[in-house]
Design a protein around this ligand. Structure first.
Ligand code: SF4
Ligand code: MG
Length: 269
């Protein structure tokens, strides 16, 4: 990472980070910073809120207004912050378990409200910090500490979930392609409404090891070989897309934003 990005946006006294060698979390975190830098946002006007999990440690490393909250509740804190100060650029960092299990209800309601928050989920398909339990995004049949013979649950497609619930900007990228992550985050921040960016990331320590996915490099190669852009995916039959990771800008819409609606109704009395 360029040293100016580290010096400008990281709390250098909080480093080194705790992430395992080969973990993709650093790639996503760097991409967030790069998007903020590209947009030239005022650091004091950015508020980063995280929940609990490996990815949520990022808020401690980043030098903005930051809040490391409780498990699954990042979006509730973020909603309060945005309501109290709509001028802040509120960004939520969360994991797949944090946002779609413990915090699943908050995710669908933040989407439904179309509140102007950009949520970035680091989806490693497992609970990393607590020891490899399977999560709502663990692919059906894959193993976790709590699914030693393979999960029988159908996994969530988080992008379809949030788009269906009312989010107005939804995109997905993998850590193999950080440039796309940066672009999606930039456009998500620019969207006046609820933006959801899924970053598919690597956890060689738990998801990889439990499912015999090989080294971190093998996992990265898998992401490269199995991603397909949304435009190319549109021309393929559904059975050809099985097990593919569809990436790009998946969904966009324009709807009234929640804090605007709230301000309007308060001002009308
Ligand atoms: Fe990354 Fe997995 Fe290690 Fe957590 S447990 S830091 S997600 S590799
Ligand atoms: Mg996870």
């Amino acid at each position: 990472m360029p040293s100016e990005l580290i010096n400008n946006y990281f709390r250098t006294n909080s480093l080194p980070h705790i992430w395992c060698p080969g973990c993709g979390n650093g790639i996503v975190t760097r991409s967030i910073v790069e998007a903020i830098d590209n947009l030239n946002l005022d650091r004091d006007k950015v508020c980063i809120v995280s929940g609990i999990g490996c990815s949520s440690r990022a808020s401690g490393y980043l030098d903005f207004n930051t809040l490391h909250t409780t498990h699954g509740r990042a979006l509730t804190f973020a909603t309060g912050i945005k309501m109290a100060n709509p001028d802040l650029e509120v960004i939520v960092i969360t994991g797949d378990g944090d946002c779609s299990a413990i915090g699943g209800n908050h995710l669908i309601h933040a989407s439904r409200r179309n509140i102007d928050i950009t949520t970035i989920v680091y989806n490693n398909n497992i609970y990393g910090m607590t020891g490899g339990q399977y999560s709502p995004t663990t692919p059906k049949g894959d193993k976790g500490t709590t699914a030693p013979y393979g999960s029988i649950d159908t996994d969530f497609d988080l992008c379809n979930l949030t788009a269906g619930a009312g989010a107005t900007y939804v995109g997905r990228a993998t850590v193999f392609n950080p440039k796309l992550i940066v672009k999606l985050i930039e456009n998500g921040i620019k969207n006046k409404g609820f933006s959801f960016i899924e970053t598919v990331t690597t956890c060689p320590t738990y998801y990889g090891r439990k499912n015999k996915k090989g080294s971190a490099v093998d996992m990265m190669r898998y992401l490269k070989d199995n991603s397909i852009n949304i435009e190319a995916a549109k021309n393929l039959e559904a059975d050809k897309l099985k097990d593919k990771i569809i990436v790009g800008e998946l969904y966009k819409n324009i709807r009234p934003e929640y804090t605007d609606e709230y301000t309007k109704i308060v001002d009308s009395f």
